[in-house]
Ligand binder design. Structure first.
Ligand SMILES: Nc1ncnc2c1ncn2[C@@H]1O[C@H](COP(=O)(O)OP(=O)(O)OP(=O)(O)O)[C@@H](O)[C@H]1O
Ligand SMILES: [Mg+2]
Length: 388
């Protein structure tokens, strides 16, 4: 299609990286287009991994504020005690440790957009203050007496049902109404399965290009099998699985039967067993076992990579030799024996967090998951160890 005849939503789609050909995606992008150039506050809802952050960025990128800051604040990850000083800034001496004046996120976002992610996790007292900022675009720094005016556009997101949070008394109704004025819902992947083949091919192509992997591709029957799964973790889960299969299968062509071993339909909360239901009992049991083993194999490879990443250049596909779990346990035992003689537990913890962050390229959510910590705890430890 030529430049002139290409619909505007296609252009926004290309620039924002929101992949999909379904009506739902087209409508989503058309709504982004409609709201972007206004200053209206937008609440983005949708399950985890559906692409809310991509939508928030696309709104900013298509607004008149695009050349000004886009500040993302993960409200769920900031410890309650410091959230107000993070958002509104603080004056020198306003609390122990406040040795300097510090600008908060609202001031940093001046003339741009602020994206308040996980807004449902904001403590009630902060919700009250936020409502005031939304209404008057002014606030005071913690410990300050001067009113500060800002010109900020609000974009918020949550995977919680805010109406239910209001009913439970966890979220203020007045703030909910104010935020909900313009609401964009990002549909779950299972509600737009027609987008799956495109997503699979794009994620595979991008991952192989970035990691110099020569991948033989997914067979057509495998691509359509992706559509049979319910994807509770949505696009994030799909993307992670595509990348994991490419690594574990060493770039070989993926058939339907190979893929069926990987699909997580065995997870307790997912009653959907599309791949297995019409197979004999013994075969189902065998496949369950295989899946569990593959999961373990994947995790062992990740852990091994994590442990060795200090001695190795950044992750490369070819640098993942086969190991058995016994070898791996011996590896850990040896390395921890060596390490523990030289390092304290907190030094080792610091190192592990650093390595994990390097491995997830700074993605704290993924790092927290790998480490089995809550995001808030990980942030606390990052601050405690002075990590960046
Ligand atoms: N339509 C899409 N096209 C391409 N990539 C997508 C799409 N939707 C999501 N992604 C990718 O999936 C991952 C998760 O997306 P994102 O972080 O925006 O989800 P989220 O809804 O904010 O999830 P959470 O509620 O867990 O924060 C990201 O890597 C993102 O780039
Ligand atoms: Mg998000």
């Amino acid at each position: 299609m030529s430049e002139q005849t290409e619909p505007k939503w296609r252009k926004i789609q290309k620039e924002s990286g929101i992949i999909g050909d379904s009506d739902a995606i087209r409508q989503l992008i058309e709504t982004i287009d409609q709201v972007a150039d206004t200053d209206i506050s937008v609440l983005i809802t949708g399950e985890s991994g559906t692409g809310k952050e991509l939508v928030a960025k696309a709104i900013h990128q298509n607004s008149r504020r695009r050349d000004n800051p886009f500040i993302t604040v993960n409200c769920g990850a900031i410890p309650e005690g410091i959230i107000e000083s993070e958002l509104f800034g603080h004056e020198k001496g306003s609390f122990t440790g406040a040795t300097n004046v510090r600008k908060g996120y609202f001031e940093l976002a001046d003339e741009g957009s602020i994206f308040l992610d996980e807004i449902g996790d904001l403590p009630i007292p902060t919700q009250v203050k936020l409502l005031r900022v939304l209404e008057n675009l002014e606030f005071m720094r913690v410990g300050g007496t001067e009113t500060i005016q800002v010109d900020v556009r609000f974009i918020t997101a949550t995977n919680k049902n805010l109406r239910k949070e209001v009913n439970k008394g966890h979220f203020r109704e007045d703030l909910y109404f104010r935020l909900n004025a313009m609401h964009i819902h990002v549909p779950a992947l299972r509600q737009r399965k027609e987008d799956i083949p495109l997503l699979v091919k794009k994620f595979a192509a991008d991952f192989c290009r970035e990691n110099h992997i020569d991948f033989k591709g997914f067979r057509e029957d495998a691509v359509s099998l992706f559509k049979d799964y319910s994807w509770p973790g949505n696009i994030r889960e799909l993307k992670n699985l595509v990348e994991k299969i490419i690594v574990l299968e060493r770039g070989n062509e993926i058939s339907e039967s190979t893929l069926s071993r990987y699909l997580h339909s065995a997870s307790e909360d997912n009653k959907n067993l599309p791949v297995l239901v019409d197979k004999p009992k013994e075969e189902i049991e065998r496949e369950f076992l295989l899946r569990v083993l593959l999961e373990i194999k994947g995790e062992i490879a990740q852990l091994r990579d994590l442990l060795l990443s200090r001695e190795r250049p950044p992750y490369r596909y070819n640098a993942l030799p086969e190991i058995t779990s016994t070898e791996y346990i011996e590896d850990i035992e040896n390395s921890s024996r060596e390490d523990s003689s030289k390092k304290s537990v907190s030094e080792m913890e610091k190192q592990l967090i650093q390595d994990t962050l390097a491995r997830t390229r700074g993605n704290k959510r993924q790092a927290a998951k790998l480490l089995g910590l809550s995001e808030r705890t990980l942030y606390r430890k990052i601050n405690r160890y002075g990590l960046r």
